[in-house]
Design a binder for this molecule. Structure first.
Ligand SMILES: Cc1ncc(COP(=O)(O)O)c(C=O)c1O
Length: 439
């Protein structure tokens, strides 16, 4: 048999074509549904922590594809895994068993607690599974309602926008899917007051991401658990953005509750995962706790009750297993913790040095953000009517750094978990230059 060389399988990097941007944008304008607000940037390739646009300009990626590229770009171990697994088996229907799905489920359960995993394709879909779990759980008592937090984000499907606590995602898509109400985040009394005889579950993010990098407080997490146990309501956590070691622990609630008396046994009843799980390859999942409040939760979604064609393919699972291997082997959780603390301290330093621009540093691990002052108080930004966050992200693009805006005032840093401290320092230097230039 002829052996196929790597050269034949992996195409060489595309040549850098100059001034191709207008051409690429024109294709989008003509053929792609314009549902995204896009920056005027088109990328051609990436390597490690850098990506190159079609004009050949290099950017340090501190946005990580919005918390997706856990091991950076074109990671050779991911590439190898893709090649190897795709030679063996890319897809089989969920009518059958295969080893990678079982092994990945085992590894994810091992990072949490006894329970089971359902695999799917996106964060919104993982959360959909949690809503169905909640409805099934409450069904015989006529309970169906899920309480979610103001400023939360849970995805763009119809139930996702009903669950999301932000008006802007709902507008124009009424009538909303029934059964969702929003409660102020980190306010236990409000949660208690909002419970109704129809409530089946409370769903929160461990750290609100799209809402502006706001971690749940330990008191809130512990208080919600107690409240849910007392009222027979499920506690569900959306770990799509804040999960998969981004906080410095597998899940952000584990980091938030570290060292808190009485928190050792804290567990939600269900947890959604996506984004970093496949390091850029689309795969998502939700975990269901084995048992809660006397109910065997992990078997509630029985045969025929839920499914998806592409959920947990051999290819997706093999890649996700490799991402986990590398994170564990290279002790990236510890790295994220120490380097994340370092970055956060440096951002806090910027807030002290340039108080007219930076108000505060937010977040944990590699889920960080800096909060900007009101646009009209920032000398270098007040002349434009664009939100401050967007203007700063644009200036950072000019300076060769990718970051992610959140709302009008937050700039997020969600880099690969493997970002070395030296590149973090380089990026912080550029961020300081930009902040200084608008102060
Ligand atoms: C917390 C959270 N949940 C759900 C989602 C939706 O995930 P997806 O875009 O993969 O559907 C996101 C996406 O940003 C998210 O941040």
């Amino acid at each position: 048999m002829r052996t196929v060389t790597m050269r034949e399988i992996v195409p060489p990097l595309p040549p850098i074509v100059h001034n191709q941007f207008a051409e690429v944008r024109e294709l989008f304008n003509r053929f792609v549904v314009p549902s995204y607000g896009r920056f005027d940037l088109a990328f051609s390739h990436g390597a490690g922590h850098h990506v190159w646009d079609v004009s050949g300009k290099r950017y340090l990626d501190l946005g990580g594809g919005i918390a997706v590229c856990a091991l950076g770009h074109a990671n050779p171990e991911i590439t190898e895994t893709l090649i190897e697994q795709s030679r063996r088996l890319v897809h089989v229907s969920n009518l059958y068993y295969h080893e990678p799905q079982g092994r990945l489920a085992q590894r994810l359960v091992g990072h949490l607690a006894p329970g089971k995993i359902f695999f799917c394709n996106s964060g919104a879909e993982a959360n959909e599974g949690l809503y169905k779990l909640a409805r099934k759980f409450g069904h015989d008592e006529g309970r169906f309602e899920v309480l979610t937090a103001v400023n939360s984000f849970h995805g763009r499907t119809l139930a996702g926008i009903a669950a999301t606590g932000q008006e802007k995602v709902k507008k124009g898509f009424e009538p909303a899917v029934p059964g969702f109400r929003h409660i102020p985040f980190n306010d236990l009394d409000a949660a208690r007051d909002a419970l109704s005889p129809a409530t089946a579950a409370i769903l929160i993010e461990g750290i609100q991401g799209e809402g502006g990098i706001t971690p749940a407080t330990p008191e809130y997490l512990l208080g919600l658990r107690e409240l849910c146990d007392e009222q027979g309501v499920l506690l569900l956590v959306d770990g799509v953005q804040c999960g998969h070691f981004r906080s410095g622990r597998f899940q952000s609630f584990q980091r938030i509750l570290e060292g808190i008396p009485g928190a050792e046994s804290f567990l939600p009843d269900g947890l959604s995962m996506a984004k970093s799980l496949g390091g850029g390859f689309p795969i998502a999942a939700f975990w269901v706790r084995e048992e809660s409040m006397g109910v065997r939760l992990c078997d509630l979604l029985g045969a025929g009750s839920h499914g998806t064609t592409f959920g947990g393919t051999p290819l997706g699972c093999a890649v996700a297993l490799k991402v986990l291997d590398v994170i564990e082997r290279d002790r990236l959780a510890d790295h994220v913790r120490t380097t994340g603390d370092f970055i956060k301290r440096r951002i806090a330093g910027l807030a002290e040095k340039y108080p007219s621009v930076v108000r505060s540093a937010r977040g944990l691990g590699f889920m960080l953000g800096f909060e900007l002052q009101d646009r009209d108080r920032i000398p270098g930004l007040s002349g434009s009517d664009k939100p401050a966050s967007l203007q700063v992200v644009n200036r950072l693009h000019e300076a060769g750094i990718l970051t992610i805006p959140s709302g009008n005032q937050i700039v997020r840093l969600l880099p690969a978990l493997s970002l070395p401290r030296s590149l973090a320092e380089e990026g912080l230097g550029v961020i300081e230059d930009v902040v200084r230039s608008i102060a």
